[in-house]
Design a protein around this ligand. Structure first.
Ligand code: FPP
Ligand code: FPP
Ligand code: MG
Length: 446
């Protein structure tokens, strides 16, 4: 599987280094606005490099898919309008018209009102899909389509928007080695910049002219919010659903008027084997909830991006589904390893028994596995480990029950599935690089 002596050849980054090298610059060209302060906040997280793992996967997968003969990539793309070859988006006026005059304008009243030469104002709607020179030199050789490259940028923009919001929600003070957006600017500006990034990501998404991809990626955005809601840190939704507890304060929330009916996900067991819900059914439901939350929070974006990359390549249904499952399995594996490291890292490196998640009230895989054989963990999980010694006791029970080891096994099973998905693609350097990346998720220690 992993061939260390050939690791350079399959180095995930080097295979798409040209594309990765221009990622931040390309994104910057999509997020220019007429407001200088907004520009600073929205480009802030792109200045400090993140791991860029999502665009890396989209690009490598796109390259791997290019090895499928065109004769087998015959899926009809319903939206025929193709923007790949054009220099500019049709219908966008070349000269900058007065702000808002045309529905396609990037609205920049400040600059217009201050008399700044409109021709230098960045209009994201008139941006070509890619730099032609780089396209001819790099993408064509790599087999990566301009739309797939843009998709990789859109994915990172959505991810970054979610980080800006997440740092407000989590009261974080740092991100990517410096002050987080909420600290460096303000909560308000961080939230607005996140919204702005989502808006611009949507513009770029629309320009792909593929409604299936628009639907998928928009669903990924909604999923991020659903995942975040399912995992509200420090906030306990009370059993009566009309109250929430935030930072030890109980708050009543407005009751629904009943005029609208909304669907809810059901995690309690609908048909208990006996009249009462058994312990194992309870644990099972909690595990389902955990995996669903994990999918929404971490795996949805990468799985739907992977699916989109295959759709844009015109692949057949089996390949499209396979790419989706690859992203799903990899994303789940990533987050489960993350949850495991939260236990092992603190114990091994910091010499402390408790990790961050328990302190935040989160019940992840290690403690859920422990709960199976230690029913006394139930009340602790329910009260989000908020009482004195809860965290220490939970840690001890996790240790006694091999909760961490079982979590590793669970992550391994998703890793194995992701590798199986990859093997459905033709053999290539890009596929080997993805295999290497998938395997490295399990061996990472930070
Ligand atoms: C921030 O993203 C952290 C999370 C979204 C939770 C855990 C996610 C991972 C461990 C990586 C997910 C990987 C895949 C394949 C979906 P980040 O760690 O990617 O942050 P960064 O953009 O600053 O590197
Ligand atoms: C990192 O998790 C954050 C996420 C995976 C997504 C957060 C999503 C929202 C705040 C909803 C808003 C979404 C959009 C698209 C605007 P973490 O806190 O576990 O990781 P961290 O330690 O890197 O902060
Ligand atoms: Mg956070």
């Amino acid at each position: 599987m992993v061939q260390p002596n050939q690791s350079n050849k399959y180095d995930p980054f080097s295979l798409v280094s040209a594309e990765m090298g221009v990622l931040a610059k390309n994104i910057a060209s999509l997020i220019g606005s007429g407001h200088p302060t907004l520009n600073r906040v929205s480009s802030y997280y792109f200045e400090a490099e993140g791991k860029n793992v999502r665009p890396l996967i989209v690009l490598l997968l796109s390259k791997a898919l290019s090895n499928i003969p065109e004769s087998e990539r015959t899926r009809i793309i319903i939206d025929q309008y193709d923007v790949n070859d054009q220099e500019e988006f049709k219908g966008t006026p070349k000269a900058f018209s007065f702000a808002g005059q045309s529905p396609l304008d990037s609205i920049s009243p400040l600059r217009v009102l201050h008399g700044i030469n409109p021709s230098i104002v960045l209009n994201p709607l008139s941006k070509p899909m890619m730099d032609k020179k780089i396209y001819e030199k790099v993408d064509v050789k790599n087999g990566i389509l301009p739309k797939q490259r843009r998709l990789s940028e859109i994915t990172e923009m959505i991810h970054t928007a979610s980080l800006l919001h997440d740092d407000v929600v989590d009261f974080s003070d740092s991100r990517r080695g410096r002050d987080s957006g909420n600290i460096a600017f303000t909560n308000k500006m961080a939230v607005l910049a996140g919204d702005f990034l989502l808006g611009r990501a949507s513009v770029s998404l629309g320009r792909l002219r593929n409604s299936e991809v628009v639907e998928l990626m928009s669903t990924a955005i909604a999923n991020l919010v659903e995942g975040e809601f399912m995992q509200l840190k420090n906030t306990v939704i009370q059993p009566d659903l009309n109250q929430i507890e935030n930072d030890n304060e109980l708050k009543s929330i407005p009751e629904p008027t009943g005029k609208l009916s909304t669907q809810i996900h059901e995690y309690s067991i609908s048909t208990p084997t006996s009249g009462v819900i058994t312990h194992s059914e309870n644990v099972n439901a909690a595990f389902q909830y955990y995996l669903h939350k994990t999918y929404l929070k971490t795996a949805s974006l990468i799985s739907k991006s992977s699916r989109s990359a295959a759709i844009l390549a015109g692949c057949n249904e089996d390949i499209i589904e396979n790419c989706y499952q690859f992203g799903r399995n990899l994303g789940l594996c990533f987050q489960i390893v993350d949850d495991m490291l939260d236990y092992t890292m603190t114990a091994e490196l910091l010499g402390k028994p408790a990790g961050a998640d328990l302190k935040l009230g989160l019940a992840t895989a290690p403690v859920l596995f422990a709960w199976e054989t230690k029913p006394e963990l139930g009340p602790l999980i329910a009260r989000k480990f908020s009482e004195k010694n809860d965290v220490e006791l939970a840690n001890r029970l996790v240790e006694e029950t091999n909760g961490v080891e079982r979590t590793r096994k669970l992550a391994e099973s998703y890793c194995t599935e992701a590798l199986k998905n990859l093997r459905q693609l033709p053999e290539s350097d890009a596929r080997s690089a993805l295999e290497l990346l998938t395997n490295s998720v399990l061996t990472r220690n930070k």
